[in-house]
Ligand binder design. Structure first.
Ligand code: UD1
Length: 371
């Protein structure tokens, strides 16, 4: 059984790496990887292939940046050509980026069994591009692999039959478990000049937070408040850096005392930075899960989450009010010892990819398969 796994943007790489490893180790499965090229900078893409031990992608569509419509339309046209040449037995998509929905639309229409890993997550906020990507992908894929209990509930509410859904755990946590020890040996803390548990790690890149001047000014204020307590380490996403430049605020950002502005980091470096942070402030989806596993307090700069288990069981605090003054109160409360301890959610044990490999092999060999 030949499986073609799709990656496009940074959060996909750490999800596909353990799947590729598990497929290659399985006697009935063979694995290839296709990169749409949505993320193209070496620091947003190549470094992850190297650090995660993935082969160079077998296919690269070279799409690059552009509006979401441009990205998806071009991915669809080029992906159709690839599928016409080489028909895999299964196409596998992960997460909720543009590549996820664009590729699943093409392969499903061509009658190729298509499966979605990290299915069923819902923020309830359709103004997020990822929410639309999730809903469409789940509606059309043949089999759905779920990371947390809320995914089962959401899919059942949307009328997906039980036999199309498997609760397998979290492949991104597979990567974390696999690479945590290697990351611990990385010299990033010494290179950055910070000590364990004495800094706040920050990431921010959602269009809702960084595409308007008002949002950028709120972020500046939050960093100023945070830097009063501890050094702030901020690896800045290209979207965010471009927008600070565009609104003439980049110098204000650089001028904040106690802020260490870094380029986007590699997987191992960022994992070590997370593992040793006193607190993480983010608007990422995946970081909410990684901090829950690492039991590091996380403040999520969003008023909804598609990953509620990170709030219910984990260390995540959602900022229902994004006002910097409210964020300051919450931050001070956490830093003064009022963080949650949290527990690790069910099946987040480093073996999700193996479960997916076994399930795919089983589905494929069953005559009345739902694939
Ligand atoms: C995408 C995903 C988002 C994910 C994020 C992680 C979608 C809808 N969004 O958002 O879910 O959390 O990736 O990073 O798929 N850019 C570069 N170099 C790069 C990549 C991007 O300069 O290597 C620039 C682009 O040209 C663009 C901006 O950054 O100006 C945003 O990139 P884009 O791929 O549109 O979306 P992200 O914000 O990265």
């Amino acid at each position: 059984m030949n499986i073609l796994s799709i990656v496009g943007a940074r959060p996909n790489f750490m999800k596909v790496a353990p799947l590729h490893r598990a497929f290659e180790a399985h006697p009935q499965l063979q694995s290839k990887i296709l990169h749409t090229g949505q993320h193209y900078d070496a620091k947003m893409s190549d470094i992850f292939f190297n650090q995660l031990g993935m082969p160079q992608p077998h296919y690269h569509l070279g799409i690059g940046g552009g509006s979401h419509t441009y990205q998806k339309a071009n991915v669809m046209l080029k992906f159709e050509e690839i599928l016409n040449e080489s028909r895999p037995d299964v196409v596998l998509v992960v997460g909720d980026v543009n590549a996820t929905v664009a590729c699943s639309l093409v392969s499903v229409k061509m009658g190729i069994p298509t499966v979605h890993v990290e299915a069923g997550l819902r923020s309830g906020d359709r103004s997020m591009p990822e929410e639309v990507n999730r809903i469409v992908t789940d509606a059309i894929c043949n089999h759905l692999f779920v990371t947390e209990h809320s995914g089962l509930i959401n899919l059942a509410k949307e009328g997906v039959p039980d036999e199309k859904v498997s609760f397998v755990g979290n492949v991104m946590i597979d990567s974390l478990v696999h690479f945590r020890e290697q990351a611990a040996a990385d010299p990033i803390l010494e290179q950055t000049g910070v000590s364990p548990k004495s800094y706040i790690l920050m990431t921010m890149h959602r269009p809702h937070n960084v595409d308007q001047e008002a949002g950028l000014r709120d972020i500046l204020q939050v960093i100023r408040y945070a830097a009063v307590h501890q050094q702030v380490v901020f690896p800045i996403h290209p979207r965010t850096a471009n927008n600070f430049q565009r609104f003439g605020l980049f110098e204000d950002l650089q001028a904040i005392p106690g802020l260490l502005l870094l380029e986007p980091q590699g997987y191992l470096q960022f994992l070590k930075l997370m593992d040793n942070a006193a607190l993480i402030i983010t608007d990422s989806g995946g970081i909410q899960e990684e901090t829950t596993y690492l039991q590091v307090p996380c403040m999520t700069f969003r008023d909804t989450t598609e990953r509620p288990v990170t709030v219910e069981l984990g260390t995540n605090f959602l900022m229902a009010d994004l006002n910097p003054e409210t964020v300051k109160i919450q931050m001070e409360s956490i830093l003064s010892g009022h963080a949650k301890q949290g527990v690790i959610p069910p099946f987040w044990d480093g073996r999700a990819a193996e479960r997916i490999a076994d399930k795919l092999a089983l589905l494929y060999s069953t005559s009345n398969s739902t694939l």
